[in-house]
Ligand binder design. Structure first.
Ligand code: ZN
Length: 261
């Protein structure tokens, strides 16, 4: 069996805060969201590691990144502390075929905004209202075994308009008790890599305890660990068929046209 190497990255700040909020969150995620997800997503075909912001090289040295098939990313209040050079390395890995699953407030992370090319802004409200998710891409691998609709009793509202590009496939739509709607699960391709954004996952509600949410993340990992390989690009290929058209520039030095190579 092919094993999928998964790395769950978490900035791991809210769960470690010494204040009352931190204490509340630790009741839901005693060892952090990353450790909780590692435990709940464990499966025979997955090798799961965790990484956090405060580790050396922010948890993602080359040795980890280059052996990661799918990266999960949870960040909120420390997006700015993520090194630009690390963001560049993650971006290149995605283009080369690494899958990435961006969770909840990761919509404003440097890596997600880099992958999208937009500002990724949205509306939000935190009053503990109900969220109802709808599957809008039946048959997609990410929704296998997920009911057509289900609710989360308490959620942070993320609402439209969500400033992401239009080339993503919408997998889930959410409705919130206060009337807002949101594209809560959207799948993208970026070169050889797959990207899935999934919004439910606010730290003060036990959203990752929900079996449907775990099923979605579990499916998304298998989907993102794509069979795609980096394209073998030959920049100056020999023609497949004889070219009989006379080149009007054949007498010019190619370096004058294309520059020195
Ligand atoms: Zn939140």
């Amino acid at each position: 069996m092919r094993k999928i190497n998964v790395t769950i990255w978490n900035e791991f700040i809210h769960e470690a805060a010494p204040d009352a909020a931190g204490e509340y969150i630790r009741r839901i995620y005693p060892e952090g969201i990353h450790s909780f997800l590692k435990q709940k997503l464990a499966a025979d075909d997955l090798t799961i590691r965790t990484a956090t912001l405060n580790q050396p090289e922010q948890g993602l040295p080359d040795s980890v990144l280059k052996t990661t098939d799918v990266l999960l990313w949870w960040g909120h209040c420390a997006h700015d502390r993520v090194d630009d050079a690390l963001v560049e390395r993650i971006h290149q890995r995605v283009l080369d075929g690494m899958g990435v699953i961006v969770l909840h407030s990761g919509h404003l992370s440097k890596i997600f905004r880099r992958l999208m090319g937009t500002r990724c802004r949205l509306r939000w409200r935190e009053v503990g209202e109900k969220e109802r998710l709808w599957v809008v891409a039946p048959g997609h691998p990410i929704v296998a075994g997920v009911p057509e609709t289900f609710t989360l009793p308490h959620s942070e509202m993320y609402g439209e308009r969500f400033d992401i590009p239009d080339d993503g496939k919408i997998i889930f739509m959410s409705w919130f008790e206060g009337g807002n709607v949101f594209r809560s699960g959207v799948a993208f391709r970026r070169d050889s890599g797959k990207v899935f954004y999934f919004s439910p996952g606010h730290e003060t509600y036990p959203i990752y305890h929900d079996p449907n949410i775990l099923r979605i993340l579990s499916n998304a990992i298998r989907w993102a660990a794509s069979e795609l390989q980096p394209p073998r690009v030959t920049p100056t290929p020999e023609p497949h068929e004889p070219i009989t058209t006379e080149n009007p520039l054949k007498d010019l030095d190619p370096e004058l046209i294309h520059g020195k190579r």
